[in-house]
Write a new protein. Structure first.
Length: 156
């Protein structure tokens, strides 16, 4: 699917939805602000993030009749919920509500993001000790050639 550029009005409504998802866990952190700034650079808008009022799923559904823009926005809302690496149940529930209001069905939304994120392996000490090119700084060998122990035992 090709990216469809939203109108400035559609981008405004979408940014308000992104802010609502970001605030669902109680805070708008730096990574969420960066995502919103990047979206505005791509779409050529210049709204002050602090001044954007969060929007409800029902309000948004009335403002976005275009199905492709709606699908793209729901994907963006999933990204927004994941960007701080912790999806709260409130964020997951709100993304699901936006998707339902916009009549968008997507496996990424219905599989309860909170469960999916908890299974994402986090880099362990061995990964963090790697230098450029995947080389283990301490042992002087490539990380893929050895077993790495971390939060999840796995072959890297």
């Amino acid at each position: 699917m090709e990216l469809k550029i939203p109108t400035p009005g559609q981008a405004y409504w979408g940014l308000r939805a992104m802010k609502a998802v970001a605030l669902a866990d109680g805070t708008l952190d730096a990574s969420e602000r960066q995502v919103m700034a990047a979206v505005q650079r791509v779409f050529g808008t210049h709204h002050q993030t602090e001044e954007l009022e969060p929007i409800t799923p029902e309000e948004l559904a009335g403002a976005l009749p275009d199905p492709q823009i709606s699908r793209q926005l729901v994907n963006g809302l999933v990204v927004m919920s994941l960007i701080d690496r912790e999806v709260s149940p409130r964020e997951a529930e709100l993304v699901e509500r936006f998707a339902a209001a916009l009549q968008v069905t997507a496996p990424e939304v219905t599989c309860r993001q909170a469960r999916a994120v908890s299974s994402v392996p986090r880099p362990g000490p061995a990964f963090l000790a790697q230098g450029k090119g995947g080389r283990d700084v301490e042992a002087g060998r490539t990380a893929g050639a050895r077993k790495v122990r971390g939060r999840h035992d796995r072959q890297v």
